[in-house]
Design a protein around this ligand. Structure first.
Ligand code: APR
Ligand code: PHB
Length: 392
């Protein structure tokens, strides 16, 4: 099989790239090692920045998002019995965030790809990337037990943190920056009405908690837990009691309970591979960088990479201009490092850290939240980061 761009991974990065390339008349084949059903059901974060919504609208794929997604103009912090609300839209000069599950984005992108009759192979696992510095790199992949080869001009490594792409960068050609956090998130999706129309982030001595949602009837809730915590330690009643204890510190705020539809534990990591390219291999999304989920930047970064990569490939195919391809990693990493910093900051601000400093960090967190509550300039800077500054 031969194509122009071999895309490994059908997550937000790979799928949006496939559509952006098709719009430029560039052919691609998407290889995805899971089944269609699996990737469409995988529950993940669900906050879209304006730039991400604009990208989907530009592809003509924003119709369901605008119908079913929820526009949010603000968020709140619950801290020590206080409630601090930030009006993100006013503070950021008119930008909003949209709440729409990542798997809904994935469903919309897959449906459009299939409807266009463009190639997307499920249960096709890339196992090795060859000849990355030649003009004709190749992807070896396994489908239904048979090994096959996809020949191409470029390989887009959009296969996430566990994929084969970033592992294919030769030793010494890339630097890896990594930090694992000493806590994880237990996330639940519940058939319960959200308590209010906006996100609530709780900073509590018992640990972090977050109230989010997917619709008027479905809440999405998170609790900070130990990194190696077995799910069995968290029967339903304990989850609800703990959510109440952490979020319900503001008078009259009692978490709405309901049947738990899905639950899972997410590790927390910051990770960047630099540069995000080697020869004819270009990385995008989680294959190149991970942010901890506080702030929900991951999907937005992944799709912004896809946009930068598509522009660079379009310049190459329309006139063999290679400057944008050469700058691909630098262009992405400016935005990525900002998001790495902001995600680390928000994670540090809101989580309970081990008590090794006599409470020094705890007191500093409260001081920073107080600063956000009282300083207009600080709140403006926060809001601009939260809604997504860059639209590169
Ligand atoms: N061959 C083919 N596909 C693979 C391989 C492989 N060897 N390894 C992994 N994949 C697939 C995974 O099954 C997954 O569907 O690559 C896809 C990568 O998609 P995501 O993990 O969603 O990554 P990305 O598109 O970069 O989106 C980043 O996803 O993890 C969340 O929070 C993260 O929101 C962020 C977003
Ligand atoms: C989510 O709704 O899944 C979500 C919202 C905000 C975050 C993280 C996740 O910071």
């Amino acid at each position: 099989v031969r194509t122009q761009v071999a895309i490994i991974g059908a997550g937000p990065a790979g799928l949006s790239l496939a559509h952006l390339l098709a719009r430029e008349g560039i052919q691609s084949v998407v290889l995805e090692n899971r089944s269609r059903d699996y990737v469409e059901q995988r529950v993940r974060a669900g906050v879209l920045e304006q730039g991400t919504v604009d990208l989907l609208d530009g592809l003509g794929l924003g119709e369901r998002l605008h119908r079913e997604g929820m526009v949010h103009n603000g968020l709140s912090f619950h801290v020590h019995g206080r409630r601090i609300r930030l009006n993100l839209t006013e503070l950021s000069g008119g930008r909003s965030i949209y709440v729409y599950g990542q798997q809904e984005v994935v469903k919309d992108l897959i449906a459009a790809r299939v409807a266009a009759g463009a190639p997307i192979l499920f249960e096709a696992e890339a196992v090795a990337l060859d000849d990355l510095t030649s003009p004709t790199p190749r992807v070896r992949f396994l489908q239904h037990g048979d090994e096959d080869v996809l020949e191409c001009d470029f390989i887009a490594g959009c296969d996430g943190f566990h994929g084969v792409s970033h592992q294919s960068l030769p030793a010494g050609k890339a630097h890896v920056y990594e930090r694992e956090y000493p806590f994880a998130w237990l996330g639940v999706l519940a058939a319960a009405r959200p308590n209010e129309a906006e996100l609530v982030y709780a900073r509590n001595p018992r640990g972090f908690a977050l109230h989010s949602m997917r619709s008027l009837d479905i809440t999405r809730l998170y609790l900070q837990v130990e990194p190696d915590e077995p799910l069995d330690n968290w029967p339903d009643k304990r989850i609800w009691d703990e959510l109440q204890a952490r979020l319900g510190t503001t008078e009259g705020w009692s978490v709405n309970r309901g049947p738990i539809l899905e639950r899972g534990i997410t590790a927390m990591r910051s990770y960047v591979v630099e540069p995000m390219q080697f020869g004819r291999l270009l990385l995008a999304g989680d294959a190149a960088h991970i942010v901890p989920p506080t702030g929900a930047r991951g999907m937005n970064l992944a799709m912004a990479d896809a946009r930068v990569m598509a522009s660079a490939l379009a310049a190459y195919y329309s006139g063999r201009r290679t400057e944008l391809l050469e700058r691909y990693s630098d262009d992405c990493l400016r935005r990525v490092w900002r998001a790495e910093y902001f995600s680390w900051y928000l994670t540090t601000l809101l989580h309970k850290h081990g008590d090794t400093d006599g409470g020094l960090l705890d007191r500093s967190q409260v001081a920073e939240l107080d600063h956000l509550a009282t300083s207009h300039d600080a709140a403006v800077a926060f809001a601009k980061n939260y809604v997504g500054l860059e639209t590169v």
